[in-house]
Ligand binder design. Structure first.
Ligand code: SF4
Ligand code: SF4
Length: 351
């Protein structure tokens, strides 16, 4: 299916009549996924939005249940987990890959998070392949690709004045059929004889690269390394890296109590905050910065890999672009490689 760029807004207007559609947009100058408003052009030229789309599946804050006591009896009202169908239109391949990581956390290994599951089952993911990359992108070093998004239902590829849309799942094919029915003037068939595009465009690569070979295996041996103190010296523990990360999923559960009733809710949390591991009795196993910095990288590059066979990083580059202290995960990975080589007696590590 071909969609002329001048017809994108008309298509989104039509899809939006039946379900919510989220597109890259801007709120107070901060790029993020927003609900499409009729007649408003989406920001499809933005590559990674500053705020990742993960909050559409895993909101920043959500109520789990309400409770009330009356004459000594406690009643609990579960939050409604049902979600109406919605489309996320224009996700970059790294963000689609991040959803695959979140699926592993929230839907596998015998544990299903029904809040996440309801939204995930209601979501149609429409990827937009990258026609170029930013200096902070390194998805192809993390097992991804700027031009392929295998976890998406539909993938769009830029053809200059138009996009080509290809379904990758049954849900994606149903979406294309619905688009055709809802906006026949905004879409047209592929040109006769045009072969399916596998997305293997070798011209689109990331200039930033890291060597992940042996990193997960080396990390446990670096648990006591002084490198964590070096990195922590510059980190100001603001938590930005974790809040802009599409794969970070830590949350806290809190209670809002008003007289005899209240709510239990969860909200995003960050392992970079000193209160993250603060216990009720006052003990805190990660009171210092260095163990918190180490935890962030150990989780991304070692613990998650051990559990799921992949890194908890998709190379979107957001944490590199937004860290106020210049902490760069690719330089940490380089350092891990160098430290591991030094431990094997191969080379000396330079600071
Ligand atoms: S964004 Fe940078 S300074 Fe802030 S917590 Fe993360 S690494 Fe530390
Ligand atoms: S760790 Fe950084 S580069 Fe990796 S997915 Fe998270 S924000 Fe993107």
């Amino acid at each position: 299916m071909i969609i002329d760029k001048r017809d994108i807004c008309a298509l989104l207007d039509a899809i939006g009549r039946d379900e919510q559609v989220y597109v890259p947009g801007s709120v107070a100058g901060v790029t993020q996924f927003v609900e499409h408003e009729p007649g408003v052009e989406p920001l499809l030229d933005v590559r990674t939005t500053k705020v990742p789309p993960k909050e559409l599946l895993f909101p920043k804050a959500e109520r789990l249940y309400r409770w009330k006591t009356h004459e000594g009896h406690l009643s609990i009202e579960q939050a409604d987990v049902a979600s109406r169908p919605f489309t996320v239109f224009g996700m970059r391949p790294c963000d689609v890959a991040s959803v695959e990581r979140l699926d592993q956390v929230f839907l596998t290994k015998g544990y299903v998070d029904e809040f996440y599951q309801a939204r995930r089952q209601a979501a149609t993911l429409v990827a937009l392949a990258c026609e170029r990359t930013d200096p902070t992108c390194f998805c192809d070093s993390m097992g991804g690709s700027p031009t392929r998004a295998p976890g998406a239902d539909v993938v769009l590829r830029d053809r200059g004045d138009s996009y080509r849309a290809q379904a990758q799942t049954e849900r994606g094919q149903r979406a294309l059929d619905a688009w055709r029915a809802a906006a026949p003037d905004a879409v047209r068939d592929d040109e006769p004889g045009e072969a399916p595009d596998a997305g293997d465009d070798a011209r689109v690569t990331c200039s930033l690269t890291v060597d992940m070979d042996g990193v997960a295996q080396a990390m446990p041996g670096l648990y006591e390394s002084p490198m964590w103190d070096d990195i922590a010296d510059t980190c100001v523990t603001c938590g930005t890296c974790t809040f802009v990360c599409p794969t970070c999923y830590c949350f806290d559960i809190s209670q809002d109590t008003r007289a005899a009733e209240g709510s239990r809710y969860r909200c995003w949390d960050s392992c970079m905050f000193v209160t993250y591991t603060q216990m009720a009795g006052g003990h805190n196993p990660r009171a210092d910065k260095a163990p918190r910095v180490r935890q962030r990288f150990m989780h991304k590059l070692s613990y998650f890999f051990d559990r799921y066979g992949e890194n908890l990083c998709v190379g979107c580059g957001r944490c590199i672009a937004d860290c106020p202290a210049g902490v760069d995960i690719t330089r940490v990975i380089d350092r891990v490689g160098a430290e591991a080589a030094a431990m094997r007696g191969e080379v000396a590590v330079d600071g």
